[in-house]
Design a binder for this molecule. Structure first.
Ligand SMILES: Nc1ncnc2c1ncn2[C@@H]1O[C@H](COP(=O)(O)OP(=O)(O)OP(=O)(O)O)[C@@H](O)[C@H]1O
Ligand SMILES: [Mg+2]
Length: 246
């Protein structure tokens, strides 16, 4: 038994001959904010899709709150909220209709009250009757958070929540992630490595489907240089790999 809320064990995902995720293992404890970092194509989304039950693993596995994502997928999915890379849009629904729809889909008996609470939590109360088509990109992203939070899951998986929004809203999203991390276990991905510095207790750095480093950002940086950035840490590792002829 382990107290990990997210437990990934030698997880591997192949698409035909292509190996997208290659025997990765990591975990996240209750209340931890873990960053899944890596450049385009590193395997971040694939990992998250396995964790949320959208893709079966090829080998190895994962557990959410102790529930296997394959053999106990219903319970695994009950415990996780997912903000996908591309949030599906229903342009003709209002904010409230959309969140209510999700609260009901997620089996909340108090769906109305829950929808209002979540809308308030993501700061969209003033927009509750606005059509989704009329929301700014940043507001749509907040609506995506509301969808992920609809059933109040203990684990949140957020795929590049800051992509494509302006710098002010990036700060807002970071604050939201930090705030959520006080009560929930959060796994969030980004290809902007420096972003993780501000938000994560721990980072897992992926490159070509493999974990090349993991740990506290401060520890990883200190090993290289006191004032190093996570980008520099990443480049130093990749450089070493190339140097070693991999
Ligand atoms: N459904 C699929 N079929 C075939 N190959 C796929 C599929 N999904 C992902 N891949 C491949 O798996 C690898 C990892 O992709 P993935 O989307 O997980 O990376 P990522 O880290 O999320 O990248 P990005 O930062 O661009 O979102 C890539 O080489 C990608 O082309
Ligand atoms: Mg991705």
């Amino acid at each position: 038994m382990t107290d990990a809320m997210i437990e990934v064990t030698r997880l591997t995902k192949r698409f035909g001959d292509r190996i997208a995720v290659d025997h990765i293992s990591f975990s996240a404890k209750p209340g931890e904010v873990v960053g899944l970092l890596g450049p385009n194509g590193a395997g971040k989304t694939t990992t998250m899709r396995v964790l949320t039950g959208f893709l079966p693993p090829s080998e190895g596995g994962a557990k959410i709150a102790g529930h296997d994502v394959v053999t106990d997928s219903l319970n695994a999915r009950r415990n996780v909220g997912y903000l996908p890379e591309r949030v599906p849009v229903y342009p003709d629904m209002t904010v409230r209709e959309y969140v209510l729809f999700w609260a009901r889909l997620r089996g909340r008996r108090d769906a109305r009250a829950r929808a209002d609470a979540v809308i308030a939590q993501v700061n969209l109360s003033e927009r509750r009757d606005t059509l989704i088509r009329n929301l700014s990109k940043g507001m749509r992203q907040r609506l995506g958070f509301a969808q992920a939070l609809a059933h109040d899951p203990p684990v949140l998986i957020l795929d590049e929540p800051t992509i494509g929004i302006d710098p002010r809203q990036v700060i807002e999203v970071r604050d939201t992630v930090r705030e959520l991390g006080r009560t929930k276990t959060v796994l969030f991905s980004t290809h902007i490595l420096s972003e993780a510095d501000h938000v994560c207790d721990r980072v897992v750095i992926l490159h070509q489907g493999r974990i090349v480093a993991q740990g506290k950002p401060s520890d990883l940086k200190r090993k290289l240089r006191p004032d190093a950035t996570l980008e520099e840490v990443f480049l130093s590792i990749i450089g070493t790999e190339r140097g070693a002829g991999k």
